[in-house]
Design a protein around this ligand. Structure first.
Ligand SMILES: Cc1cc2nc3c(=O)[nH]c(=O)nc-3n(C[C@H](O)[C@H](O)[C@H](O)COP(=O)(O)O)c2cc1C
Length: 209
């Protein structure tokens, strides 16, 4: 059966974005490996995702068949965003580090897709993720370096947070590639030279598959 890839970008920097360059490389390789596959694109910077409100939370916790038309309307975008995740077998997420964490538009997206009895459940008392059988690759770009074991490692709230969220939602197979040290590009480092090892890591994932 043809596969479906969910491709999300969250950098506001367009062509200049490192994470967008890396997701584009991933998508190019994925299409070569899945010529009959479908790609679903989602850009959190252009999706006008609203913050959750009390009314939204009330709607989300109202049983589906008891929701008013207004409540259904409030949840419509969330339903669309969640349907994209269920429709895909595999995810690639492009994430710039912003203030040691993820961009605010990506957080807005997470708040819309983390839905009780949709993408997670506490029906048995313990949390169970409902996005099962999915594989995710997260491509992070950061100005600084936050390698494990370094003094800066504890400042990195992007990767640990995304690992937690994906695991909570049931995505058990995850792989993270971080292009750290992108700030060097502002001081004259060559973009292609900077990108190459990360592009190679992405290509290696497909060669290994
Ligand atoms: C608003 C903003 C906040 C940033 N905060 C951090 C930060 O906390 N730590 C860091 O290492 N780099 C930070 N950076 C640098 C970005 O992580 C870096 O430019 C990276 O390449 C962004 O990914 P992108 O090129 O895909 O947008 C920040 C950049 C912006 C625009």
């Amino acid at each position: 059966m043809p596969s479906t890839l969910f491709h999300l970008d969250s950098s506001p920097l367009g062509e200049a974005s490192i994470s967008r360059h890396l997701t584009a490389e991933f998508v190019k390789n994925w299409k070569l490996a899945n010529p009959d596959g479908t790609v679903i694109n989602r850009d959190t910077t252009t999706s006008a995702i609203p913050p959750v409100t009390a009314a939204w939370v009330g709607a989300a916790y109202t049983p589906e068949d008891a929701r008013t038309p207004d409540q259904r309307e409030l949840l419509a975008l969330s339903e669309t965003l969640i349907a994209e995740l269920f429709a895909a077998d595999e995810y690639v997420l492009g994430v710039p580090m912003h203030n040691f964490s993820i961009p605010s538009t990506l957080k807005l997206w997470i708040d819309q897709i983390a839905r009780v009895n949709k993408t997670f459940s506490y029906a048995t008392g313990a949390p169970v993720g409902l996005l099962t059988g999915k594989k995710a690759t997260v491509l992070i770009a950061s100005g600084g370096s936050y390698d494990a074991g370094t003094a800066m490692a504890s400042y990195n709230h992007a990767e640990p947070y995304l690992r937690t969220v994906l695991a909570f939602l049931g995505v058990s197979e995850t792989s993270f590639i971080t292009a750290g040290g992108a700030a060097a590009l502002m001081y004259g480092a060559d973009r292609q030279t900077f990108l190459q090892p990360h592009v190679d890591s992405i290509r290696a994932q497909f060669q290994a598959a």
